[in-house]
Structure formats: structure tokens, C-alpha cells
Write a protein of this length. Sequence first.
Length: 190
Amino acid sequence: MPRAPKTPSLDVQMMETHLVIPYRGNPRKNDAAIAKVAKLIEEFGWQQPIVVDRHNVIIVGDTRFKAGRLLGHQKVPVVVAKHLTAKQAKAYRLADNRAGEEAEWDPKLLAVEVEELRVAAFNLELTAFDPAELGKLRLDDGGEDEQAKERKLSDNLMFQVVVDCKDETDQAALMARLKAEDRKCRPLTL
């Protein structure tokens, strides 16, 4: 394995937004994500700086920068990557965005994480998943694809049961248990 280049310590500084220069050749279309990222910055604050080159051109963090401007921030946190050459900055700009596309979600673990937040009455919009995506999450074993499950359900008689729960937490726990047993269920509010 090649030895990693020596990286200087990270010096995060607040830079005025008019000094930060968006990269004109950015091949990434990110306008749809700006409002979501702005909500995250409002809720959690700046947790990741923007990375710029020695000329203050954005290498990484274009969406965060645009979200900060949308929020009216006059300054944003930046790290100036003076140690990168122009070619390294260009390659890192591409690699940082592309590498994130390689990751996959574990649907069962994701469903558990989201369900814990929902039970805690946390605003699920702050997960950056839209309601339709959240509605598709199920606590199942992932062994069958959705079409196979739907076929199995349609081939059998279907019965409905209404269960009165003492509170929302009890309801969420019951639903999680039923979904883990591959039962199709949804909350019903009366």
C-alpha cells in the first residue's frame, strides 16, 4: 500500500462569502440539495468546512457554500488546501463526490435508525430523506425482493386487525416487531 502524503494540520477559518469562489467547471448538479443542506446547517450548525484551493476556489463543499449563502451567512468555515497542486485539487474535487456514490444503504439498519428517531419525535425532514423515501423503509430481513413479497401477499387472504396501543411509543414498538416478522402494517390514527 502506498504511503499517504503528509497532510498539514487542518486550519479551519471563517472566510467572508464574497471571497469564496465557486468552481465554474463543477460537473455536479446540486441545486436540488441546497435547501435540504440549509435546513441541516440551521439545525446542526456547520459540521464540515468548505475546502478551497490557495486561490479560494471551492474544491469540496459547493452545496454547503450555496446553502450558507441561501441562509444569508456572511462568513463560512473553510480549510485552505495550500498543499494541493492544481491537478490534485481537480482530481480530489471529482473523487470526493464520486466516492460517496459507491456507498450503499443497509435497508434494515436504516429503517431501525429512522424508526428510533421517529419514536423520539425527532423531525425526520432533518435526515434529508423525503417522505416518500421514508415511507418505503421496512424492518425486514432483506431476503426477498418487494415484488416477491407483494405476490405472496396477494396470493393469500388478507385480514386486518386494529390494536389499541397505550401511546405512540408502544405503537412504534409493536409496528417494528410486526415488520420484523414480515407483516404488512401501517399506523392508523383515529
